[in-house]
Structure formats: structure tokens, C-alpha cells
Design a protein around this ligand. Structure first.
Ligand code: AHR
Length: 502
């Protein structure tokens, strides 16, 4: 049995919990849009063809913002193809995913879907094959009330009110050689700065995200952020970060510690942004939009259809997640929350079918992957402020990270209700761990809910036939007295402990 302890105090606060931490991502990729959120033949489809059962699952997941329409897709996208009468919309080659884009869903449908789901749209503009003018046209179409060419066209298409989209991504992964219109940092930095400057002439209070690195292993990581922000610092609010993790060569211990990489990645992006701030003698701080993160077994599921075909909505990137993957997802959320002072927006990539927590059968069932649960519970119960935690935990050696803490945790405190939530993982492959949470600073609390996601087989996966048996279950070991809460955490597990005023 391992022993760990956690001390918390309402006086030591990292930052408010930012609701945008619980964002996700819908890309025109594979079956995310078509036969994912949109399936006109489905019995639950609404008048736009959107599945109501998917909307319900998205709400249960607790998603707050949804980034759209890409991803790599956006770098070749002509947004005008997706507006107006459906029978006049062109089908186009989608070079990013070797598919055919029918343009049945475009910006107006997507915004309507967001309103139905109760999520905030986060729009990306194409800075791969296009530039400042097309970004301005899209902004005018979406956000100008009326009386101009593009805004009147939106009104003619049935949207009398502006879409009022606040957050905009200036391109996607422009550092990646795979990106259509890939650029050097200096080229992209100039384009991002000019696009942002012009967009703010239409609407000064936009929140703008410059592309950071597609991963911390990119050869240009660090230098890219420095060069881009040197050009664009004054004009943007966020720099993006993307990270995908997967178990390599059977090294489960290192995989379970993936959040260590995310922690270091965030710290490095923040340090680089702050160094530009110092060098440029500026005052405002740039925040991190971690707008793609997840477990993704890059080579497990097809990422392209056969080269001789250009199908509509092929099954791509349909990863099938196990219990260990869910523990990693829960731990990555712990990392994002712990950095809430600088990570103020994040997007689980993606939402439906494509490396997703929600899976659908065309015209048929919807089911939840293992990764659904830690996200849903964290989104629901991480409320108020993120607290600094003093975690004392045993460590072990991992091949990727050397000495690695066996437990990792974050806690939130809702000053209004007095509720405390603790999110914790046990990364040990073999041993139970007792966690003692020192609660003396909080008054009398009782355990309202203690749940754990674990399985004797960390590789167990949920299926369409049974997606319930791997959901978190009540952890009956949880107790609390005046001094502390105690709970036993099984190996390879994610847990949540919710304490409320007694
Ligand atoms: O989320 C899948 C892809 O991963 C996105 O299109 C791209 O931005 C990233 O490389």
C-alpha cells in the first residue's frame, strides 16, 4: 500500500476555474460532423439534421466551447462554400484528409448547433491557402449586425442576429510541414499580426489565438513561439498549444505520466511568452489556449482513406479507448486546471467519433468511451477556484520521465457553497494508495460523492453494447473527520472526491 497526503487551504488560490478549460473540437474530419453531430436520417435528427441524442451527450459531457471547423481542414477551407441554399453548395476536395467535403454543414448550421447544445463557438480562419481578406469577410458575415454585403447575406440566410463569436483562432498548426500553406515562424507571425490587426478594426473586443507549436517535440518549439509573438504579441490574447499522447512500446508507466510532459510544455510556452513580453517591454500577459489535447494512437486507426478514393465522411481516427487512456485524460485535465493562471482555454480533440469521447453509429446508437467520464465529472465539479495543493507522494522510475510522482492531484473550492472537489490519479501499475486530504482549513465537511474509474484490466474498453460497466463507481473507502478525508485509490485509477459543508 502506498501512502500520500494532500494539504489544501482556501487561502492559497491558483486562479478562478475558467469554464473554457472544458472546451472541445469539431473538425470536418472523418465522421465528426457527418454521421457524427449531423445525421439527417437519424430518428433523433432535428430540422437541421443534427442528432438530438448527440446534443444531449455533449451536454452531459459538460463541454463549454467548441472549436470549429479545423484543424488541418481549415487550412484549405473556403467558408463561403458552406453558406446559403444547400442545393447550391459545392462539393470540394478536402486535401487535409483526402476526402470529399459536401458542405452540407457550414458556419450557420454550426452556430445553430452550438446554440442548441448551449456551447460557445470558437472559430478558426484559414491562414493556409487564404489570408486577411477572407478572415475579414467571415468575421463580417458572422458578427456585423447588418447593412453590409456579408452581414446582409447572413440575414438573408435566416440569421437576423449576429453570431457574436468572440474567440477566433488565427489558422491552425502553421508550424507543421503537413499543414496546407505551412509557413516559417516569421511569415506566419506577420500574417497573424496583420490578420488580427484588421479583425480588431471590425471588432476590437475579439479574443484572438495565434498558433503556437503542434507539439513540444516539434524541432521549432520555443523558437516558433518567440518569433510569432515577437511579431504578433500586441495583437493577440492567446498562443495555442497542441499535444497528443499514446502508450508506446508497452511502456504503460511512462504513458500514465503523460501529464508531466503537458506540465513542462505549458511552463515552457508561458516562459517564452513572458520573455517576449520582457524583451518588448510590454505589460499584458499572453495566455495559453490548449486547443488540441487528448490521447491519440497516431498509427492505430486509419488517418487517410485509400489514395485512389475521396470519400465523404470516411471512418478516420476512430480510436477505441481503454481504462488507462481515461486515467491519462483525467490526469491531463488535472494538469490544465493546475495551470489555470495561464491556461484559460482548452479543447479536447475531438468531440464525436474522431479521437472522441462520444461515438455514434450512422443512423444508430450512441455510446460513451472510457474517456468520457473523467472529463464529464471534472467539467461538472471543478467549480469556483483552483487551489494550490501540497502533495506528498511516493515516486517511481519511468523510462520517459525518470523519477515520477505516483499520484497527481488538483483541487477546487467553491467559496459560495464551501464545496471542495479533489481530482486525483494513482499511476502505480500494481499498488493501492491511501490518500489523506488535510481539510482543517475548511470547517466541517462531509463526503458528498467519491467515485473511482479503474479496472483490474487497464486495457479494458467500453463498447457500443456495453459502455456502462467501465464508468466510475462509488468508492466506498472514502471517509472524513474533522481533520482529514481518506480514500483508497486502486492502481491505474482516476478518482474524484467531492466534499460539501456538513
Ligand atoms: O485533431 C486531429 C488533427 O490533429 C487536427 O486536424 C490537427 O490540427 C492536428 O494535427
Amino acid at each position: 500500500m502506498l501512502h500520500a497526503s494532500l494539504s489544501l487551504s482556501p487561502a492559497f488560490v491558483v486562479s478562478p476555474v475558467h469554464r473554457r478549460t472544458f472546451g472541445s473540437f469539431v473538425e470536418h474530419l472523418g465522421r465528426c460532423v457527418y454521421t457524427g453531430i449531423h445525421d439527417p436520417g437519424h430518428p433523433s435528427a432535428d430540422e437541421d439534421g443534427f442528432r438530438k441524442d448527440v446534443v444531449q451527450a455533449v451536454q452531459e459531457l459538460g463541454v463549454t466551447t467548441v472549436r470549429y471547423p479545423g484543424g488541418n481542414f481549415v487550412s484549405g477551407y473556403r467558408w463561403e462554400d458552406g453558406i446559403g441554399p444547400l442545393d447550391q453548395r459545392p462539393a470540394r476536395l478536402d486535401l487535409a484528409w483526402h476526402s470529399t467535403e459536401p458542405n452540407t454543414v457550414g458556419v450557420d448550421e454550426f452556430v445553430r448547433w452550438c446554440r442548441t447544445a448551449g456551447v460557445e463557438p470558437m472559430m478558426a480562419v484559414n491562414l493556409g491557402t487564404r489570408g486577411v481578406q477572407e478572415a475579414l469577410d467571415l468575421l463580417e458575415y458572422c458578427n456585423v449586425a447588418g447593412g453590409t454585403h456579408w452581414s446582409d447575406l447572413r440575414r438573408a440566410h435566416g440569421a437576423a442576429e449576429p453570431h457574436a463569436i468572440r474567440m477566433w483562432c488565427l489558422g491552425n498548426e502553421m508550424d507543421g510541414p503537413w499543414q496546407i500553406g505551412h509557413k516559417t515562424a516569421e511569415e506566419y507571425g506577420r500574417l497573424a499580426a496583420e490578420t488580427a490587426r484588421a479583425m480588431r478594426m471590425i471588432q476590437p473586443d475579439l479574443e484572438l489565438v495565434a498558433c503556437g507549436s503542434s507539439g513540444s517535440a516539434m524541432p521549432t518549439f520555443g523558437a516558433w513561439e518567440r518569433a510569432v509573438l515577437t511579431e504578433a504579441y500586441e495583437h493577440v490574447d492567446y498562443v495555442s498549444a497542441h499535444a497528443y499522447y499514446f502508450e508506446e512500446d508497452g511502456d504503460l508507466a511512462s504513458f500514465l505520466a503523460s501529464a508531466m510532459n503537458m506540465d513542462a510544455f505549458i511552463d515552457d510556452v508561458v516562459a517564452t511568452a513572458d520573455s517576449v513580453r520582457a524583451a518588448r517591454k510590454l505589460t499584458k500577459r499572453i495566455h495559453v489556449s490548449f486547443d488540441e489535447w487528448n490521447v491519440w494512437y497516431l498509427h492505430a486507426a486509419p488517418s487517410e482513406p485509400p489514395k485512389d478514393s475521396w470519400p465523404v465522411a470516411p471512418a478516420l481516427l476512430e480510436d477505441h479507448y481503454n481504462v488507462a487512456d481515461a486515467v491519462v485524460v483525467g490526469n491531463l485535465l488535472i494538469s490544465l486546471l493546475r495551470h489555470s493562471d495561464r491556461v484559460q482555454s482548452a479543447s479536447l480533440a475531438q468531440l464525436v467519433n474522431v479521437i472522441a469521447p462520444i461515438m455514434t453509429e450512422p443512423g444508430g446508437r450512441l455510446w460513451r468511451q472510457t474517456t468520457f467520464h473523467p472529463f464529464a465529472l471534472t467539467a461538472r465539479h471543478a467549480v469556483g477556484e483552483v487551489l494550490e495543493v501540497g502533495l506528498r507522494t511516493p515516486t517511481h522510475e519511468t523510462a520517459k520521465f525518470g523519477e515520477t510522482p505516483l499520484l497527481d492531484a488538483v483541487a477546487t473550492h467553491d467559496a459560495e457553497s464551501g464545496d471542495v472537489a479533489v481530482f486525483v490519479v494513482n499511476r502505480s501499475l500494481t499498488e493501492d494508495a491511501t490518500l489523506e486530504v488535510d481539510l482543517r482549513a475548511f470547517g466541517d465537511l462531509r463526503v458528498a460523492e467519491a467515485v473511482t474509474l479503474a479496472n483490474p484490466d487497464p486495457y479494458a474498453r467500453a463498447t457500443a453494447d456495453d459502455d456502462a460497466s467501465l464508468a466510475p463507481v462509488a468508492n466506498t473507502s472514502a471517509t472524513v473527520d474533522a481533520a482529514a478525508a481518506r480514500v483508497v485509490l486502486p492502481p491505474v485509477s482516476w478518482s474524484m472526491l467531492r466534499l460539501v459543508q456538513a
